[in-house]
Design a protein around this ligand. Structure first.
Ligand code: TRP
Length: 337
């Protein structure tokens, strides 16, 4: 499947809810484009989702749907590895080993942990605290060169690098030290209800996000309600006009054009015309993905075969790094009988 001369890309996404256009324009669309130039490994990070409570039946259903959505979006299982984190035991195993090379101080400084734990109040789970170490294990297992992530994961990626450097220095080179890749466009799609907040599928306000599965009417009605400002000019200015800038960003992503070109399309137009056009262009961009999704999600045996074969390939790659790591630490290795 993989070309030895190409670099390895690794990224993950949690099946913790249905994907939004923030996931699509911020991550998935970039993943699709990267497949031509790199050996890509994409992971549905289901182990990460249980750092907050999950309903079992919903988690199971969403996992299949998220897989179907990734393939429908253009991730090609012939060229890229695409598998479920919980199917490859080495992720949990390397996570334990790396826990013994990570400092409490480092994890306590993680802003995502501070945010999420402060919202949870009592009984904060160790898993939430340890989340970045599992993510480091994901990345380091595959000797990844490049890791595309959103801005909110920058600190976690930095930690993965620090752990790799520390381990390599204490033993000998074991892990590739990965580089981050922060897509210049669409890395941050903001909430339609509060453009200073990232668009999130867990927002209580259903009008704050657009799901990849939303139909055209829903999409248009959500854009109609999007928060803007009391000015009337359609121009990109994050500080003064965060709502309009977010809509321009979404429009430019959905049509694969620059912000400048997007602005030019709406010179002299009203906010109402602008919002309608954004809604239509998003609905048009999603339409082919939605119909492919509807077809795939019914093909349970196809999805299952991808899960199986890709988990097997991923396990084989991961086993090499895991056993190398264990040998260096000094674990007694079984000899083949
Ligand atoms: N934590 C990432 C997120 O929520 C998802 C993720 C899990 C990931 N493992 C990863 C991203 C490894 C990049 C590399 O966005």
């Amino acid at each position: 499947m993989f070309d030895k001369d190409k670099k390895i890309i690794y990224s993950g996404i949690q099946p913790s809810g249905e994907f939004t256009i923030g996931n699509y324009f911020g991550a998935i669309k970039n993943w699709v484009a990267l497949q031509h130039e790199y050996n890509c490994i994409y992971n549905l990070a289901d182990l990460h989702t249980i750092t907050v409570p999950q309903e079992p039946a919903a988690l199971r259903r969403r996992t299949v749907e998220c897989m179907a959505m990734l393939i429908a979006s253009g991730i090609n299982p012939e060229n890229s590895l695409i598998f479920l984190q919980s199917h490859v035991a080495a992720h949990s195993q390397l996570c334990w080993l790396l826990n013994c090379f990570t400092y409490m101080g480092e994890l306590s400084r993680m802003t995502q942990f501070k945010d999420k734990s402060s919202r949870q109040g009592a009984n904060i789970r160790v898993g939430l605290y340890d989340y970045p170490v599992l993510m480091a294990a994901d990345i380091l297992l595959y000797q990844s060169d490049i890791v595309p992530v959103g801005d909110d994961q920058r600190q976690h990626l930095e930690l993965a690098r620090d752990i790799a450097i520390r381990f390599n220095a204490q033993y000998s080179p074991t892990f590739k030290v990965p580089e981050g890749y922060f897509g210049e466009k669409g890395a941050r799609i903001m909430s339609l209800a509060d453009p200073n907040k990232k668009m999130s599928k867990s927002d209580e306000n259903k009008n704050a996000f657009i799901l990849m599965k939303d139909n055209k009417d829903v999409i248009i009605s959500k854009f109609k309600k999007a928060v803007t400002d009391c000015d009337s000019e359609i121009r990109y200015d994050i500080k003064q006009k965060p709502g309009i800038s977010n809509l321009l960003e979404i429009y430019s992503c959905s049509r694969s054009i620059s912000i400048k070109e997007a602005e030019a399309d709406f010179c002299g137009k009203s906010y109402a015309q602008f919002k309608l056009a954004v809604g239509e262009s998003v609905a048009d961009a999603l339409a082919p993905i939605q119909s492919e999704f509807e077809r795939l999600v019914k093909e349970k045996s196809y999805i299952n075969s991808i899960f199986c074969s890709h988990a097997q390939t991923a396990s084989n790659i991961a086993a090499r790094t895991l056993s190398k790591t264990m040998r260096k630490i000094g674990f007694y290795q079984l000899e083949k009988q």
